[in-house]
Design a protein around this ligand. Structure first.
Ligand SMILES: Cc1cc2nc3c(=O)[nH]c(=O)nc-3n(C[C@H](O)[C@H](O)[C@H](O)COP(=O)(O)OP(=O)(O)OC[C@H]3O[C@@H](n4cnc5c(N)ncnc54)[C@H](O)[C@@H]3O)c2cc1C
Length: 410
């Protein structure tokens, strides 16, 4: 069993299935993909190797594999037994749309009067290819008499009375690939997120580019002339209990910066950083090449304020000069880091596995290990600590290889 259907969970599932093992892939959300499903390609005239394009391939392979059964909207509520013969209880929450009947024709969403839509497919290639109802947005579940989607569905796939189902599964090994949470930038109130429309997080930027292609100022839709990225928002910060590096933010910020310069050479781009993390094959050269067009400023922004014309003023400590300085930008992007999931302790309790110092799942030996304190239960991807997409996939393949050893032993 693989718990979590992000890039790591899918990579583990595929390695197991390619080796002839039957896999139950359990995903809590109605769709597979995890965070990478909301990211954009950051290519310029050349590929920037952000790895986001690996996701559609994985989604396709997982769906097509006859040995992988996918359970979405599902979570683990009980585990007993031992390596080679675990008994797992899964609760599958209602989707309210029958994936066997739905052909993703989209009539339901077109007719849905709610905004944001109460019934949705997050992106065209989503897996499964079936709409799902989001109760938080659906008028029917807000107490109104709306049943338009159900009444108009040509395949009668929608059922508002669907309930949760319980399943008992027998599995030989378990791989946990439940990923991470993105740091909530509102915790850094002085940086203006939530107060000023042109202060965005990197996740907002990922979604804006993925959905609209170009970056415009949210405040007035105007073209971007200057932007700054603020690194280490929610990382390398002992004060808030996150003294670790998130591993991915310097890379995605430099890729974004290059993409913005590529879209418009006139856009001024500044990256405020504490300590740049440019390790990784070829990334050092990528950074060196970027220095001519992008300003890298070693300093710590302490406050962002909006002036009456809508410009954002960043007050920052300049480490080289030892002074507090000010600079103005059209847009400020907060490079939010990777945080442990707040609900990780619940799953840790069900599985009997340990959590580590920062709240990620604990690995038995070193940080690269995939083993837990429970034999037969393994970790993959970012749930034991920050990793980018390609490292998450390698880690997940390693976890699957260890699980195969267990499956062969018992
Ligand atoms: C803003 C931002 C931008 C980034 N940009 C890049 C980039 O450009 N390139 C790059 O290589 N990396 C990037 N990353 C890192 C990338 O997001 C991760 O490497 C990748 O998402 C890790 O995949 P994962 O499967 O470990 O976790 P996730 O993507 O978090 O997937 C975990 C899955 O498990 C599911 N799940 C959680 N709990 C449960 C449960 N109890 N039961 C069942 N299912 C559960 C979740 O719903 C989710 O689908 C970025 C990260 C951030 C924060």
């Amino acid at each position: 069993m693989v718990i979590g259907g992000g890039v790591a969970g899918m990579a583990s599932a595929l390695t197991l299935a390619d080796n002839g093992f039957r896999v139950h892939l359990i995903e809590r959300e109605p769709f597979l993909g995890g965070w990478a499903a909301s990211f954009c390609c950051k290519a310029t005239e050349t590929c920037s190797k952000c790895s986001v394009c690996l996701l559609p391939e994985k989604l396709h392979q997982v769906t097509a594999h006859s040995l992988i059964s996918i359970l979405t909207s599902s979570e683990i509520i009980g585990v007993s037994g031992e390596p080679g013969s675990f008994k797992v209880t899964v609760r599958q929450n209602p989707r309210f749309v029958d994936p066997e009947k739905c052909t993703a024709c989209g009539v339901c969403a077109e007719l849905c009067p709610s905004e944001p839509k109460g019934i949705y497919l997050p992106f065209p290639e989503a897996v499964p290819q079936a709409y799902a109802i989001n109760k938080a947005n659906c008028l029917h579940y807000k107490g109104e008499k709306c049943t338009i989607c159900r009444d108009e569905c040509p395949l009668e796939a929608i059922n508002f009375t669907e309930g949760a189902q319980r399943r008992e599964l027998s599995v030989g090994a378990v791989i946990v690939a439940t990923g991470f949470e993105v740091f909530d930038a509102k915790e850094k109130g002085l940086l203006g997120y939530g107060s000023y429309p042109n202060v965005l997080t990197s996740l907002d930027l990922e979604r804006m580019v993925a959905q609209e292609g170009l970056i415009k100022l949210p405040r007035n839709g105007k073209e971007l002339r200057s932007v700054s990225f603020v690194q280490c928002v929610g990382s390398r910060d002992e004060y808030i209990g996150r003294g670790y590096c998130s591993q991915v933010c310097c890379k995605y910020a430099i890729r974004f910066a290059r993409m913005l310069k590529y879209q418009n050479l006139e856009t001024k781009v500044t990256i405020f950083y504490l300590d740049l993390q440019t390790a990784g094959k070829g990334f050092g050269e990528f950074y060196e090449e970027s220095k001519d067009t992008i300003e890298f400023l070693q300093g710590m922004p302490v406050e962002v304020c909006e002036n009456p014309s809508g410009e954002l003023e960043v007050r920052y400590e300049d480490f080289a000069r030892g002074t507090v300085e000010r600079k103005s930008f059209d847009m400020v992007v907060l490079s939010v880091g990777i945080s442990p999931r707040r609900d990780a302790w619940g799953l840790a309790r069900v599985l009997g596995i340990n959590l580590g110092a920062f709240g990620f799942f604990d690995t038995k030996d070193d940080a690269e290990s995939t083993e837990t304190n429970v034999e037969g239960i393994f970790l993959a991807g970012t749930c034991p600590g920050p990793r980018d997409i390609s490292d998450s996939i390698s880690h997940a393949v390693q976890a699957a290889s260890r699980a195969i050893e267990t499956l062969k032993r018992y």
